[in-house]
Design a protein around this ligand. Structure first.
Ligand SMILES: [Zn+2]
Length: 380
C-alpha cells in the first residue's frame, strides 16, 4: 500500500540531504547529561499530516466523499463531521487528537505548526515510508534507500545500537503493522524481537492475549497484503510492555496512510483518532507501572507528510509539501513548552540521537552522519 518513489528523484534526494545536514548542525547541544528518562517509547504514525495535528479535520476535505466500497460515503462523511467537525480549528484538533492536545501540549512539546513558524521535516528527499523510517531510526538519510522496495537495511538503527550495549541488551523490541519493518530494523541481524505484518509473535512464550492476537492475524481478512489493521500491533506491543517490560520500544501504526491512499478522509480521521487513543492507553499504562512511572519518554511522529488540498491522498518526491512532518515529545526531561513557536527546523534525522540522549547515550558521537539531538527536549 505504500507509495513508490520515482528513481529520477535520487539526485534531488542527495541535495536535500546535504542541505539538511547544515540545518541540523545549528540545532542543538549533543552531550549526554543528567536525565530521568530510563525508558523510551517511539510511536510512528504512517503519513499522518501536520495539518490534521494542528488544524484538526480540514472542513473542505471533510465534505469529500470516499470510495463507495468502504461503506455508505454519505453516512461516513456525516459521522466524521459529527465527530471531528467543530466550529474552529482549535476545537477540531482537540476532537481529533484529544491526548495530543490535552496532555502532550500541556506537559510536553509539539513541533511542526507552520502557523507559528515551527518546522519539522524529513530530509531524505523521497517523502515515502522506508526512507523516512530509515532516516528516523538510523539518524541519517541514505540514497540507497530510495523507495519502499529495498531489502534488509544496511544501516544499524539506534535500536540495534542500544541493544548491543549491556545495559539495554534484551530490553529492546519493535512492533509494526507494516511487514517492511522486518527489513527496516533488519530483523535477521538486529538481535531483538521485531514483529511486523501478519507474522505471529513468537519471540516470547505466548500469553493468552498474544495467542489470540496471533490467531486474529491469521484469520481476519487481509485487506492489505502487507499489513493488518492497527489494533493488532498496538495490542501486541501493549501486552509486551505489560509482560516483558522493555526499556526501548517501537510501535509503527499504518492505517492512516492506507486510508489516505484510498481517498477516504473519514477513515483516515478515524484511524488518526484511534491512534491518539492508543497513545493515551500507552501513557496510562506506563504511569501505572513502577518501572516506567516518571521515567519514560514518549516520542511520536510520522514517516512523511502528504500533499496539500486535493493532493492530501498522496506523498512522494513530486509533492514537496509531503516532506513536512510534526513531532511530539512527552516525558520527565522534556520541559512543558507545549506548541513550539519559531526556532530552527527539527528534522527526522535528529530523532535517533535525541532518543539515545534521553537515555543518556551519545549516538551522534558513535554515528557521525546522524543528526544532532534536539536539545530543547532534553532538559538542557
Ligand atoms: Zn503512503
Amino acid at each position: 500500500m505504500k507509495r513508490r518513489a520515482g528513481a529520477g528523484m535520487l539526485v534531488l534526494g542527495a541535495s536535500v540531504a546535504m542541505a539538511a545536514f547544515s540545518c541540523c548542525l545549528s540545532a542543538a547541544g549533543q552531550r549526554p547529561r543528567e536525565h530521568k528518562t530510563q525508558n523510551v517509547i517511539l510511536v510512528m504514525i504512517d503519513g499522518l499530516r501536520w495539518q490534521e495535528i494542528f488544524h484538526g479535520a480540514d472542513p473542505a476535505l471533510l465534505r469529500t466523499l470516499g470510495p463507495k466500497w468502504l461503506g455508505d460515503p454519505e453516512q461516513m462523511t456525516a459521522a466524521a463531521e459529527h465527530s471531528f467537525g467543530g466550529g474552529t480549528a482549535a476545537e477540531r484538533r482537540r476532537e481529533l487528537m484529544p491526548f495530543i492536545w490535552k496532555t502532550v501540549a500541556a506537559q510536553g512539546q509539539l513541533f511542526g505548526n507552520r502557523d507559528l513558524g515551527s518546522d519539522s521535516q524529513v530530509t531524505n528527499g523521497f517523502n515515502v515510508s522506508y526512507p523516512g523510517y530509515n532516516e528516523t531510526l538510523s539518524g541519517f538519510p541514505d540514497t540507497r534507500i530510495n523507495s519502499n522496495h529495498v531489502g534488509p537495511n544496511p544501516n544499524r538503527t539506534v535500536f540495534e545500537w542500544l541493544n548491543a550495549k549491556p545495559e539495554f541488551a534484551g530490553g529492546v523490541a519493535a512492533f509494526g503493522a507494516w511487514a517492511k519493518f522486518n527489513a527496516i530494523f533488519n530483523r535477521q541481524r538486529c538481535g531483538f524481537p521485531v514483529n511486523a505484518g501478519y507474522d505471529p509473535f513468537t519471540a516470547v512464550p505466548a500469553t493468552p492475549k498474544i495467542a489470540l492476537l496471533n490467531q486474529l492475524k491469521a484469520e481476519t481478512e487481509h485487506v492489505w497484503d502487507d499489513e493488518p489493521f492497527d489494533p493488532i500491533p498496538f495490542h501486541t506491543a501493549l501486552e509486551y510492555i505489560k509482560t516483558a517490560h522493555p526499556r526501548v520500544l517501537f510501535l509503527g501504526l499504518g492505517e492512516t496512510d492506507d486510508w489516505a491512499h484510498l481517498g477516504s478522509y473519514a477513515a483516515y480521521l478515524d484511524a488518526a483518532h484511534r491512534d491518539d487513543e492508543y497513545l493515551q492507553a500507552i501513557w496510562k499504562l506506563v504511569q501505572s507501572m513502577s518501572q516506567y512511572r516518571g521515567k519514560t519518554t514518549l516520542i511520536v511522529l510520522p514517516d512523511h507528510g502528504r500533499g496539500e488540498g486535493a493532493q492530501w491522498t498522496d506523498h512522494g518526491a513530486s509533492l514537496p509539501a509531503s516532506r513536512e512532518t510534526w513531532m511530539a515529545f512527552l516525558g520527565p526531561d522534556t520541559r512543558a513548552l507545549g506548541e513550539r513557536k519559531g526556532g530552527p527546523a527539527v528534522t527526522e534525522s535528529q530523532v535517533a540521537a535525541t532518543l539515545a540522549a534521553l537515555l543518556g547515550e551519545d549516538y551522534h558521537a558513535a554515528v557521525a552522519q546522524s543528526g544532532l539531538p534536539i536539545g530543547d527536549v532534553l532538559g538542557n
